[in-house]
Design a protein around this ligand. Structure first.
Ligand SMILES: Cc1cc2nc3c(=O)[nH]c(=O)nc-3n(C[C@H](O)[C@H](O)[C@H](O)COP(=O)(O)O)c2cc1C
Length: 215
């Protein structure tokens, strides 16, 4: 690491505020609004989100994943269901999502529960992936140990030969997706003096309520 003084590395946030009157009726509509602004601001991969899971013993793990769909049901992503995250979600479907939109001085945090997507949805998405990614999904048993890179490339060559063009690449049995049904969604906007705005939607039996949290 260079001699950057981490204790002195900080930004003052003053781009915008977030008032209760700015909120949409429900969090998915609010998320769409902020997501559109992230796209309009030309953020790099605005659909990249941190997905945090925990295993049956409560040990946490986090990694970046791409948001690939958004509906009233929730936030959709695709992955290998036997990866570390897949195994953890099978044992404990509660998870958290984080969208770190630094240039807008914003973050969105989602707490929710992940449910595997039906095979038809997985197949529909898999069909849209570039062929190379489809083959990679076959070649990579995500999160499991490999001897070396050569072994990985050999596996890729093997599946390339197994599924010759122009035939379609089928969906690997271990490939899948999840929809995360939100229980809570926080919209965070940085403000001067660390007096940030934090407005949180919480799901109740009667619908969504919102609260403000101290920064
Ligand atoms: C920007 C970015 C996007 C990613 N998107 C995905 C994705 O959509 N699905 C996925 O399985 N892995 C994705 N990855 C790789 C994951 O971060 C991770 O390495 C992989 O899923 C294995 O995680 P696990 O061992 O915790 O299951 C992405 C990585 C980056 C940096």
């Amino acid at each position: 690491m260079t001699d950057v003084d981490l204790a002195q590395l900080r930004e003052e946030y003053a781009r915008a505020g977030l008032e209760e009157s700015d909120l949409a009726d429900e969090p998915i509509a609010m998320f769409r609004r902020w997501f559109d602004e992230a796209v309009a601001a030309d953020l790099h991969e605005p659909n990249a989100m941190v997905v945090a899971t925990a295993d049956a013993e409560g040990r946490p793990a986090a990694r970046l994943v791409l948001l690939k769909g958004l509906s009233d049901a929730g936030f959709v992503f695709f992955t290998n269901t036997r990866s570390r995250k897949g195994e953890e979600l099978a044992a404990n479907p509660r998870c958290a999502l984080l969208f770190p939109w630094h240039p807008l001085e914003r973050q969105v945090r989602v707490d929710g529960t992940a449910t595997p997507l039906p095979p038809a949805d997985v197949a529909a998405y898999f069909a849209t992936r570039p062929r190379g990614s489809q083959l990679g999904a076959w070649a990579s048993h995500q999160s499991r140990e490999v001897a070396d890179r050569a072994a990985l490339l050999a596996a890729y060559d093997e599946v390339t030969a197994r599924f010759p063009e122009p035939g379609e690449v089928p969906v690997p049995e271990e490939w899948g997706g999840y929809v995360v049904r939100p229980e809570g969604v926080e919209f965070w906007q940085g403000r001067p003096g660390r007096m940030h705005d934090r407005l949180v939607y919480r799901r109740t039996d009667a619908g969504w309520t919102t609260v403000r949290l101290a920064p």
